[in-house]
Every structure is written in C-alpha cells, then in structure tokens.
Design a protein around this ligand. Structure first.
Ligand code: SF4
Length: 230
C-alpha cells in the first residue's frame, strides 16, 4: 500500500461517523480540477508514509474512531488493497471506499468479501464525455459495470459528480442522473479550484451559481430520489 497522506480526524467524510482518512498515492485519471495533485502527478509525489506508522496510529484510535475512509488517488490501483482492508476490518473499524469506478473487478472482490461499508463513486461525466473530462482514455464499460455493481449491492453508497459550467452542462448532469435511475442519493459537488492538478484549468473555470446548481439538482428528480448540492 502506498500511503500518500493521512488525515487523522474527520466528522464529514463518512456520513454519521467519526473517521480517519487514508490517501493512497497514484491515479489513472488526470481530472484537471483534481485537488490532490501530490497524489496524482508523479513529479509532485511526496515521500510515502510507512505502513507501520499508519497501523500504530490506527491502533491508538480503537474505541475513538468509528471508521477509516480509504481515498486517493485511486485506491483500487493498490495491489494489496484487499488484505489492507481486511486488516482494518479486523481492528474493528468500518470502511468507506472512495473510487473513480475504473476497476470493477477489484470492486466486485471487495464487495464479495464484505470489506466495504460505504462506497462513494465519482461519476466524472456522461459516458461519451468521460475521456474529455478525465484527460485519459477510459474504458466506458468498466465505468458502467462499477455503477451497476454498486447499484445492485446492499452496501450504503453515494454517487457524486464535480460540477462547473466549463466541465459539464445541465444536459450532461441529466444524462448522468439517467444512468443512476432509481438511486437514492446523487451529489453534485461544487468545483472549488484552489490547489489543482492543471493550473490552466483556472483560466477556463466558470462556476454555476447556487441558484443554478439548485435548478440542476431539480432537473434530476425524475431519475434519483434525492440530489444534494455540496
Ligand atoms: S479527481 Fe480523483 S480520479 Fe480525478 S485525478 Fe484526482 S484523484 Fe484521480
């Protein structure tokens, strides 16, 4: 496991739980608005954490934390993700996994092994715009498979999309919501480009207003039960 960072305490990343957040290093996407460039761009990689430090930290937090959020980068790229999560589980913590959905086979194994208690999958765009938004070739059937796996699972989950006018149109969001037909929760995340992967993105950045975001959320109501703006 290549650990790129650790946030020792969070009240907001796992709904209703007190968690620590472990950031894995490395990602197969290059979303220009990514706010973790040090986990994505090899030229900006910092020294990784030693695993032993993480386990010692976690041991000191039994009875104090409910959960560990494993995020990235893209955690499913880590070859030892499953045994790593098994070890967290054995220590008594709930596990939330954040993923970009590009590795449905890994996701399937983790779900089969009952190693995840909450999944948050980023949906970057309607399928036809995936590569345009992520700046890499994307295997679209893999994205579809991950969405279906999560939809069909009994694990608590959310789908979420980072949104700005220069990335996605209203129609794009409606098309994503159509892919999520019948889902309980879809989250629109405002793009807040402070520290980002591609500085050129700032020159093109056009946010939606709060009112526009609420209107866009309303456009999804025929497809998902609840659409929240964050
Ligand atoms: S936003 Fe997520 S999927 Fe996109 S480059 Fe950053 S870590 Fe990878």
């Amino acid at each position: 496991m290549i650990i790129g960072g650790l946030q020792k305490f969070s009240l907001i990343d796992y709904p209703g739980k007190i968690s620590a957040i472990l950031f894995t290093r490395g990602c197969n996407f290059r979303c220009p608005y990514c706010h973790n460039p040090e986990l994505v761009d090899p030229q900006q990689y910092a020294e990784p954490w030693q695993e032993e430090e993480f386990w010692a930290f976690l041991q000191s937090r039994t009875q104090k934390l409910d959960a560990v959020v494993v995020t990235g980068g893209e955690p499913t790229l880590q070859e030892d993700l499953q045994p790593f999560l098994e070890k967290i589980r054995k220590m008594g913590f709930l596990i939330k996994l954040d993923t970009n959905g590009s590795n449905p086979d890994v996701l399937k194994d983790l779900l089969s092994a009952n190693l995840v208690d909450y999944i948050a999958m980023d949906i970057k765009a309607p399928l036809e715009k995936y590569s345009e938004v992520t700046k890499v070739p994307v295997d679209k059937p893999d994205i579809e498979k991950s969405i279906e796996l999560i939809k069909q699972s009994t694990v608590d989950h959310e789908f979420r999309t980072t949104i700005a006018r220069n990335i996605l149109s209203r129609e794009d969001i409606v098309n994503i919501a159509k892919m999520l037909q019948g889902e309980k929760l879809y989250i629109l995340q405002r793009c807040v480009p402070t520290k980002i992967l591609d500085p050129l993105f700032l020159a093109q950045f056009e946010p939606y207003t709060h009112e526009e975001l609420e209107q866009i959320a309303n456009l999804t109501e025929n497809y998902v039960l609840q659409c929240l703006v964050r």
